[in-house]
Design a protein around this ligand. Structure first.
Ligand code: DP6
Length: 360
């Protein structure tokens, strides 16, 4: 079995002086949620997500060899302008991945990053951002180790992204990605995300995700604090077991195309995630009144029309509305007439399943 040690790069040439790369990486939406982790970003349970297409981070990384290799050295720009507040996060990321990428202190980096979604939209950019940065670092590593295989390139990119932000490891490659050991998913690993190994049923092809921006305010609970709440949580062990069970169930559903069953698992996972936050100490309610209004309106619409639309949530108040492509026109009409009023400034983002990171 592949282990962490296999990702420590020690044999490399420093034959490249300078250059740059540009990568885009998408956000992703979990169907079975990652909530709870152990040391070194090891997940407490496996998770599975749809990769998104439109919500992306685009990051350009320029590198130049330097003399003094005692410390990390980088400039950070957001939309072309220096952004000091992002630097500590990047510094911490470089420190965490240094044991795998010892060449990082040999270069000065200029990292220029932007998102396709409006900033302060309440959409977390950590998954797409960390994935885009990890891709750039792997492009540099590929220059230093040209014999590297594609498999290694993407696996290590996902491993590095994970060390930046857990869910980021699911934003590297593939339309449906599993992260975390699971008995029924071949080659699944706690160290990196893997593409869902079986063919996904046509019912889920181009599945749509419209993100309703209910609350764009500062996150009430950071993900680090949130994951920590699962330590000493009264329901933690049962929840972790349930995630394994739900992953088995959703695996079958993605293969056989049973959209009704898909809805049950996905909505239950979203509510369970929030139930974990409501039953931890300290406890939090991250939904807003409009989150509940939207959920109720979706249930009413589904009952009345039979259209298989459902919702999922992240650790916040925004709602992801998931539906098959063939229902797009009717669901968008429903969103515009019934749900937009619950969104802050009427804002929502239309997205759909995408393929993962791309070199530009
Ligand atoms: C609720 O990946 O943001 O979105 O590893 O601390 O960076 P860190 O956490 P993060 O947690 C995401 C949690 C979630 C569920 C999910 O995406 O699986």
């Amino acid at each position: 079995m592949i282990s962490e040690k296999d990702f420590i790069t020690s044999n490399y040439t420093l034959s490249v002086d300078n250059g740059d790369f540009i990568w885009s990486a998408p956000s992703n939406i979990a169907l079975v949620k990652y909530w709870g982790k152990k040391d070194k970003q090891i997940p407490a349970n496996p998770s599975i997500s749809f990769t998104l297409n439109n919500c992306k981070t685009i990051t350009k990384m320029a590198f130049a060899k330097k003399e003094n290799d005692r410390d990390f050295s980088f400039d950070l720009l957001f939309e072309g302008k220096p952004k000091e507040d992002f630097k500590p996060k990047i510094q911490k990321f470089l420190e965490r991945i240094f044991e795998y990428c010892p060449y990082l202190k040999d270069f000065h980096f200029t990292i220029d990053t932007e998102n396709t979604f409006p900033h302060s939209s309440g959409i977390a950019s950590s998954a797409s951002g960390m994935a885009a940065l990890a891709m750039n670092i792997m492009s540099l590593e590929k220059k230093l180790c040209p014999e590297m295989t594609d498999d290694f390139f993407f696996q290590k990119a996902s491993l590095l992204a994970r060390l930046g932000s857990g869910s980021a490891c699911r934003s590297v490659k593939g339309e449906v990605v599993v992260w975390g050991n699971h008995a029924e998913i071949k080659d699944s690993s706690d160290l990196f995300g893997v593409e869902f190994p079986s063919a996904v049923h046509a019912n889920f092809k181009n599945y749509q995700d419209t993100i309703l921006l209910v609350d764009k305010g500062e996150k009430q609970v950071s993900s680090t604090v949130g994951h920590d709440l699962m330590h000493d949580h009264p329901f933690a062990e049962r929840r972790f077991t349930q995630a394994h069970e739900n992953l088995s169930k959703i695996k079958a559903v993605l293969e056989n195309g049973n959209v009704e069953e898909f809805i049950k698992i996905v909505e239950s996972e979203a509510l369970t995630l929030h139930a974990m936050m409501m039953t931890s100490m300290p406890y939090f309610i991250l939904m807003k009144p409009n989150t509940l209004e939207i959920i109720n309106a979706i249930w009413k619409f589904r009952n009345e029309t039979g259209i298989p639309v459902c919702f999922t949530l992240d650790a916040g108040a925004n709602v992801h509305v998931l539906y098959p492509e063939y229902t797009k026109e009717k669901v968008l009409e429903f969103i515009k007439s019934k749900l937009v009023g619950y969104c802050q400034n009427g804002q929502y983002i239309c997205d759909e399943i995408g393929h993962g990171a791309m070199s530009i």
